[in-house]
Design a protein around this ligand. Structure first.
Ligand code: 5AD
Ligand code: SF4
Length: 481
């Protein structure tokens, strides 16, 4: 049994060997440092965690907050906190630029508050050029770590308190998964759950396999145990997270498919909704479609990144499916699960892409009728095969294709959303509406948002809502008793 009550841990005893125990030991130690700071400041020290990027990062940030709170920091929203951490993303270049821009502001805050600690972590820190740049131009940063050793955050915080100079700890890769560390959920009623880490696909434009490492699946028992504990703590919806959930379990000692895992998760009593992200079309099995079709809990939403509708470009992207295979898969899914919504990611401007290729993508958008599509302009990522390709596309050509695609994507999404008008569907009430505080916002099983009259007593409940009026991509509605 691991001791999680920091008061019972002797920080003068030898450091434990078990990794989870080891990290609790460092939490106890860090708490003593934070306590000293508290005495010095005459108030509780504050922390702020800013997340860039995807749901994986959002989940990692919850783990960071969990540890910061456990060691005595109070979480605040503003970045004038005593401990500020940026959990970064590097999937596209503009994500990096945003981090550099905001670091300048943090430097100003630190000048006013010299005891302030600034930490950087996440995908961007796995790039050696980034770390070099921070070492030379952003010397006020106290701590840099990467994606593979986030589990040792408590230990790194101790090093920061014990060292005057910048602490840097980046691992190239890991096969380690450390269980049972604390996490502080942003929502009390829904939670992301990691089922696997890393990616083995090496799509030629993508930096993720280089910064998140090789694919590793969590043990199904650990996943189920975590979800059971979440449900006991009030969670009704989980989002199973992985870069490529369809290849879950292949490398486990006792291999298990993603569909089999879903069947196990479905059995958990008290859990009402299951979502997952992201599916690679090449690995989406008939077994999964069958499990989704027969499930009462799996939400009617599938995110199925297309990236391009041109087989020629798909080949250069190393996606390992053709336009026709993708269309056949989408058709099969729509036939088996008619009320499902399908969303996607598309990149415009991959090296060598012509306007004819974009027309092929538009053709797929029209045929599949996506409920929503995230469209991205290709961003060159150093170290990926596509970055070395010679036929990079001129900006004007990219822009023309992008605008054309976006118009079709928006029109399709609008048509799809409108079809629900007048239906009564279940929504999970997630938050108070930001613009109008007499309204609450709920999420339908198919991921569409609906706003309706209500108050905060409804938060986390699943209610039946009549969809009164479609406003493009969302609805206004009314609760049906
Ligand atoms: N440029 C533009 N978009 C990219 N994505 C991944 N890498 C790049 C890149 N280099 C997009 C893909 C992926 C989504 C998360 O980000 O569409 O599905
Ligand atoms: Fe990147 Fe492709 Fe892996 Fe997705 S599947 S994370 S796009 S390499």
């Amino acid at each position: 049994m691991i001791r999680t009550d920091l008061g019972t841990i002797d920080v003068n005893a030898p450091v434990p060997a078990d990794e989870t125990e080891r990290q609790y030991y460092f939490m106890a130690k860090a708490r003593a440092y934070v306590n000293e700071l508290k005495e010095e400041l005459g108030r509780t020290p504050t922390c702020a965690v800013t997340t860039f990027g995807c749901q994986m990062n959002a989940k990692d940030s919850e783990k960071l907050v969990g540890i910061l709170e456990k060691i005595g920091y109070q979480l605040i929203e503003t970045e004038d906190a005593d401990f500020v951490i940026y959990n970064t993303c590097t999937v596209r270049e503009n994500a990096n630029q945003r981090v550099y821009g905001r670091l300048g502001v943090l430097n100003g805050n630190k000048r006013k508050n010299p005891h302030m600690k600034i930490a950087l972590c996440g995908c961007m820190m796995q790039e050696p050029e980034v770390v070099e740049k921070i070492k030379t131009s952003y010397r006020f940063v106290d701590l840099i770590f990467g994606t593979h050793n986030i589990f040792k955050f408590a230990e790194l915080v101790c090093s920061v308190f014990e060292n005057q100079s910048m602490v840097i700890d980046i691992w190239k890769d890991t096969d380690k998964i450390v269980e049972d560390l604390p996490a502080e959920r942003k929502y009390s009623f829904k939670s992301g759950v990691n089922i696997m880490f890393g990616c083995n696909n090496f799509c030629s434009y993508c930096i993720v396999p280089y910064v998140r490492g090789r694919e590793r699946s969590r043990n199904p028992k650990d996943i189920i145990r975590e979800i059971e504990a979440l449900v006991a703590d009030g969670v009704v919806e989980v989002m199973l997270l992985g870069q490529n959930v369809n290849s879950y379990g292949k490398n486990l000692e006792e291999p298990m498919s993603f569909a089999e895992l879903l069947k196990e998760v479905e059995k958990i009593e008290g859990l009402e909704r299951i979502r997952f992200m992201t599916s690679h079309p090449k690995d989406l099995s008939d077994e999964l479609i069958e499990v989704m079709k027969n499930s009462k809990k799996i939400c009617r939403h599938l995110h199925l990144p297309l990236q391009s509708g041109s087989t020629r470009i798909l080949t250069a992207m190393n996606r390992r499916y053709t336009k026709e295979q993708y269309l056949a898969l989408a058709e099969k899914i729509r036939k088996e699960i008619p009320d499902i919504s399908i969303t996607t990611d598309i990149i415009v401007g991959f090296p060598g892409e012509t306007l004819e290729d974009v027309e092929e993508t538009i053709d797929v958008v029209k045929k599949v009728q996506y409920d929503n599509a995230f469209t991205f302009i290709y961003s060159k990522r150093t170290g990926t095969p596509a970055a070395a390709m010679e036929n990079q596309v001129p900006e004007e050509v990219v822009k023309e294709g992008f605008d054309k695609l976006l118009a079709v994507v928006q029109e399709t999404a609008r048509d799809r959303a409108a079809r629900l008008q007048g239906q009564t569907l279940e929504a999970l009430v997630e938050e108070r509406n930001e613009q109008d505080d007499t309204l609450m916002t709920g999420r339908l099983s198919n991921n569409i948002l609906v706003h309706f009259k209500g108050d905060e007593s409804l938060l986390g409940k699943i209610v039946k809502v009549h969809l009164d009026e479609c406003h493009g991509f969302y609805y206004t509605g009314s609760i049906v008793e």
